[in-house]
Design a protein around this ligand. Structure first.
Ligand code: SF4
Ligand code: SF4
Length: 308
């Protein structure tokens, strides 16, 4: 028995360790490509924070597992919010990305979005949303961890409208009014702080109104408009072992993103939904250990259009 435990722990830690290695590899590539040391420190740190949180999640007993995610969210969220944005004086909010692209400054905001939200999701889906987002860092402290029913699909268009408005306003400011201060310096950081206070206020208000911690992520967050594009092809996804599943539905009830996991089990596919944040809440809720994180490739097809 004693000889088995260390092997089990090593097996459980293989995935978190893989995440750390992937992030550090990306960090080295970004450092070499840009010639700046900052991406090496930033992405290496974030990979260590997320991998550390995943590692804690893997080894802690079921009831204490959420601590792992809180540790990762706090470490990564604070680093990005305080050190990169406030001390580094750069607007890394959604609009900062567009100010960077429209003015031709490929700085932290552009690199951050390329790694965490465009190319990274091809590997690790929306891991960002579950383990590193500074908005979720706050929203996850709210009491509505068992989400209420999801609003009808038409409300999900608000996030695309939000993304379009953000891009439109930044384009107007840069190309029509010649305003180039939305990314760096005091005006960039003022934009970042006010924008985030608005997000936090809206996110907390919506959570209380809809009794759902993740309401902001489901209906308002403009970043999902980008994330969902490449997340469709993510290698990392949740899979159900049909032989172990008793179809109790506990995983679907607790999923913060209201994903119908048993429907995927019946279809014999992995959880293909681009709403999955790989938070692993379903895995710890399953009493038969039928769910696990897996690496693979799914083409999708009709399903993607039907379930999103
Ligand atoms: S919680 Fe586990 S056993 Fe129950 S439906 Fe989900 S995967 Fe199946
Ligand atoms: S399917 Fe599981 S991992 Fe994905 S969001 Fe729902 S609870 Fe989290």
């Amino acid at each position: 028995m004693d000889a088995i435990k260390p092997n089990l722990t090593i097996k459980k830690l293989a995935f978190p360790a893989g995440i750390v290695v992937v992030f550090w590899a990306l960090a080295v590539v970004m450092w070499q490509a840009s010639g700046y040391i900052q991406p090496l420190i930033l992405f290496g740190y974030i990979g260590t924070a997320v991998g550390g949180g995943l590692g804690l999640y893997a080894v802690l007993p079921k009831k204490r597992k959420p601590i792992g995610r809180k540790v990762a969210l706090t470490m990564a969220g604070l680093m990005l919010f305080v050190f990169v944005a406030i001390l580094g004086q750069e607007n890394i909010q959604f609009e900062g990305l567009w100010f960077g692209l429209f003015t031709g400054f490929a700085q932290a905001a552009v690199m951050h979005y390329l790694v965490a939200k465009v190319f990274g999701p091809l590997l690790f889906g929306r891991l960002w949303c579950g383990w590193a987002c500074w908005t979720v860092m706050v929203l996850d402290l709210l009491p509505f961890t068992r989400p209420s029913a999801r609003l009808p699909k038409k409300y999900e268009w608000i996030r695309y409208l939000h993304a379009g408005l953000s891009i439109g306003v930044t384009a107007l400011l840069v190309f029509v009014f010649g305003f180039e201060g939305g990314l760096k310096g005091m005006s960039g950081i003022t934009w970042f702080v006010i924008g985030n206070l608005f997000y936090y206020g809206l996110g907390i208000g919506l959570a209380y109104a809809l009794k759902d911690n993740r309401a902001f992520c489901k209906y308002i967050c403009p970043i999902t408009a980008i994330l969902k594009l490449t997340t469709r092809f993510a290698l990392l996804k949740i899979r159900t072992d049909k032989n172990l599943c008793t179809d109790c539905g506990a995983c679907a009830k607790i999923c913060p993103m209201n994903i119908d996991i048993p429907a995927y089990t019946k279809d014999k596919t992995r959880v293909l939904s681009t709403e999955c944040t790989l938070c692993q809440t379903c895995i710890s809720a399953c009493t038969t250990d039928a769910l696990k994180m897996t690496v693979g490739f799914d083409l999708g097809g009709r399903e993607y259009i039907q379930r999103g």
